[in-house]
Write a protein of this length. Structure first.
Length: 763
């Protein structure tokens, strides 16, 4: 009767456990985090890159620094010379094979690129992109799935030799091993041996807890038998390779040999060497106890024991075993903790992804997300922000770490987001000032006003006279409002370009009111500003609020010649199997006459050479010829600079989180950070292509007429065809002077009187 009852209970218990085993094992076994990749690093002769930052990016890719470059995923550096062995990687346009190459990086440029094997020069090498973030499952497990046929034979042989030599002979449990372990545990009066097969270990990891109770051990044995009865040995072994726990990275659990190989050695599993294989297999006994970073002596002792087993079973030769034991553990520096070490950019990517994907899918489907993130630009931006803010505080005797920063760097034309600075504490995933710190933009709005005017060439050119005299306005926000210039002076009638170059407020407000606030709003919308904000007269001096990301978007349209394109951070999304779910090519729309934008960009170049941003001449190579605009708000609370070169654009804000005065103008704060970024990254000079509808004329900008190139104050100025002055005023020999090509104006009373005499005679 007792046996019958026991048999019935056992039958019912097996019947209860069987569906649990089959349902999970036959279905989707693991949740895989989406992996976010930076752009691939393409190396070619002439590439602008700093040697130290190149080393830093190789480390970010988890390439190992070694003395002998003997396999993919490692590099050696001697001064300016690098030997690198690239990894295989499946790029969007096909699979890249591993290559061993030599490159010399000096004077911030790749001077040489050769194939190590042949000694021949190479055109280019593309390295696999760094993983810069991941959306981990809610239970914080991470793994890289591997197929059994992809695992090195030595790993499989060593695993079976150390953990379960009868794996291919038993049916889930090994009674003799259990008995032997039981005797040892009784002899020592504690659990010293497990006796579990690989199948039982898989069951414990996959289905059960790690509690050491008789019921759990009994269920483990029963479920191992069920699993073995329903599935092939190779299926079980492959599942074990991917499920087994092998360490902890902060709150991220490292599961499976695929991820463990990357986590500890920076290598794909296929490239494991014997001593590395021995360490990973040895760690199965206790990943925390034998953690090679925290307990290197224990880990080495355990590794060497496994190497001896490998040699005894002739998995490796005795000589190879001795060499393996002589090697250091060679574990890479600890990878980043948490989701990412670039939280501001990661935040941008996450926001874009959540528009199209469920967060649960991002944490479970193993998507591969390729982005425009450029580590070299990010490193430069981080360095510039940190160094410049510290220097500003020191010079101005401000409390340490009082100032904050937000910045976005784009590639002009494509509008790809290359770097994001969300705050001074670069790695802290807190408030993202680049995306969320909407602050008054000050004079950064002025180019939108002048662009509105220049789109009406029948009324406005760069030399159209406008009034910078005192102005009183009734403003719903300000009451009676008298806009004042920063220098506390008024400048009378001046050419339009001069008002922009020197950022004169009174002239700008007059111009904006004449154009109409609705026209300005329309221009801002076409530039890419997509929030609805009421406009008042005071808005013409930038009381409206924007984030650095929004500023970068509208200046991106200016930098692209009037072609609007939304900033792109995500280039494509793929499934783990390589199916493209999403591709985001460049999409552009022509929102402005390129001729009007060309005139505006020329004036913004003069801002950087002769106007409020002329301090850039002390920071950057003059050949770069950047264009940009400073922005300063009331009481010096917000410091802004936005500008672009031939292929890079950045918007930078500097201020205080509490909105108290920072004591900085755009030129004394944000411009310095902007200049520091642009000085350190690869840049091309800004050579603006002249639209066919633009013509140049030599004019006297104060008089508004054509003149001779040798006249005093003569200047070459671009005009939209048909808008250049037709009247010409020849100067006298005593007034002769070489032609100016900049936009620096100046009052010439004697010329004015001569001009009036000429008017009377002519008309």
């Amino acid at each position: 009767m007792v046996m019958a009852s026991t048999g019935l209970w056992l039958y019912l218990h097996v019947k209860k456990l069987a569906p649990v085993v089959h349902e999970k094992f036959a279905g989707k076994r693991w949740e895989l985090p989406a992996q976010i990749y930076a752009r691939p690093l393409e190396i070619y002769q002439g590439l602008r890159v700093d040697a130290d930052r190149f080393t830093r990016e190789l480390t970010l890719m988890q390439y190992r620094s070694v003395e002998t470059v003997d396999g993919p995923g490692c590099f050696a550096r001697s001064g300016d010379t690098f030997i690198v062995f690239s990894r295989p990687f499946v790029f969007e346009d096909g699979k890249g094979a591993p290559e061993r190459f030599r490159t010399v990086v000096s004077e911030k440029t790749v001077q040489e690129l050769t194939d190590v094997e042949t000694g021949r020069p190479m055109d280019a090498v593309r390295l696999d992109p760094a993983v810069i973030g991941a959306f981990y499952p809610t239970h914080n497990e991470d793994r890289i799935l591997v197929k059994l046929e992809e695992a090195p034979p030595l790993l499989i042989q060593t695993l079976i030799a150390v953990e379960d030599r009868s794996f291919y002979r038993h049916h889930g449990i090994a009674p003799l091993s259990i008995l032997r372990a039981f005797i040892e545990n009784v002899r020592h009066l504690r659990a010293t041996q497990g006796g579990s097969t690989l199948t039982q270990q898989l069951v414990k990891n996959f289905y059960l807890t790690s509690s050491r109770t008789l019921k759990r051990k009994f269920d483990e044995a029963v479920m191992a038998l069920i699993l073995e009865a329903g599935y092939e040995k190779d299926e079980i072994l492959e599942a074990y390779l991917n499920e087994v726990y092998l360490g902890q990275d902060g709150n991220r659990a490292v599961h499976g040999f695929g991820l463990a190989s990357r986590f500890y050695f920076g290598r794909p599993l296929s490239d494991l060497r014997p001593h590395e294989t021995a360490l990973l297999v040895g760690m199965l006994k206790g990943p925390s106890f034998y953690d090679p970073r925290r307990h290197p002596d224990r880990a080495r002792q355990r590794r060497d024991l496994v190497i001896d087993i490998m040699a005894d079973l002739k998995l490796i030769q005795k000589e190879a075993a001795e060499k393996a034991k002589a090697r250091d553990l060679e574990v890479v520096d600890r990878p980043f903790h948490g989701d990412t070490q670039f939280p501001a950019f990661f935040d941008l990517v996450k926001r874009r992804l959540l528009v199209s994907y469920k967060e649960g899918d991002l944490r479970s489907e193993g998507l591969r997300i390729f982005t425009s993130f450029d580590p070299q630009v990010q490193f430069a931006a981080e360095s510039a922000a940190t160094e410049q803010l510290a220097d500003i505080e020191k010079r101005r005797h401000l409390p340490r770490k009082e100032l904050e920063v937000g910045a976005v760097v784009l590639a002009t034309g494509s509008n790809e987001v290359m770097a994001v600075i969300g705050g001074r504490d670069i790695g802290f995933p807190g408030f993202n000032r680049a995306l969320d710190a909407a602050r008054p933009i000050g004079s950064l709005i002025k180019p939108a006003i002048y662009l509105t005017a220049l789109q009406q060439p029948e009324e406005y050119t760069l030399i159209t006279p406008i009034d910078d005299g005192m102005l009183e306005i009734e403003d719903p926000q300000e009451g009676i409002w008298r806009p004042k210039n920063y220098d506390r002076e008024y400048h009378g009638i001046i050419p339009l370009y001069e008002a922009l170059v020197h950022s004169y407020n009174s002239a700008t407000v007059r111009l904006g009111l004449k154009l109409g606030l609705e026209k300005i709003r329309e221009t801002l919308t076409l530039l890419g500003f997509d929030r609805e904000i009421p406009l008042y007269p005071s808005s013409l001096l930038g009381t409206m609020e924007m984030s650095p990301y929004e500023v970068a978007r509208i200046y991106g349209t200016m930098a692209a010649g009037g072609f609007a394109s939304p900033p792109r951070a995500i280039l494509s999304v793929y499934t783990p199997e390589g199916e493209a779910l999403e591709r985001n090519p460049v999409t552009v729309r022509q929102n402005f006459d390129p001729a009007a934008v060309y005139l505006l960009a020329k004036a913004l170049q003069s801002v950087a050479s002769d106007g409020t941003a002329r301090a850039l001449k002390r920071i950057l190579d003059r050949d770069l010829q950047p264009a940009g605009k400073t922005g300063t708000t009331n009481d010096l609370k917000d410091s802004w600079f936005a500008g672009f070169t031939g292929d890079r654009l950045a918007a930078v804000w500097v201020g205080r989180d509490d909105n108290a005065p920072a004591g900085l103008t755009g030129a004394s704060g944000a411009l310095r950070v902007w200049g520091g970024i642009m000085r350190e990254i690869a840049n091309h000079p800004l050579r603006l292509p002249k639209p066919e509808s633009v013509e140049w004329a030599v004019v006297d900008p104060l008089l508004g007429v054509r003149t001779d190139p040798n006249c005093k104050g003569a200047m070459a100025v671009p005009f939209i065809a048909g808008s250049a002055p037709s009247a010409a005023f020849p100067c006298t020999p005593s007034e002769a002077e070489s032609v100016e090509t900049g936009t620096q104006g100046g009052k010439r009373p004697e010329t004015k009187s001569t001009f009036l005499e000429w008017l009377e005679e002519t008309f």
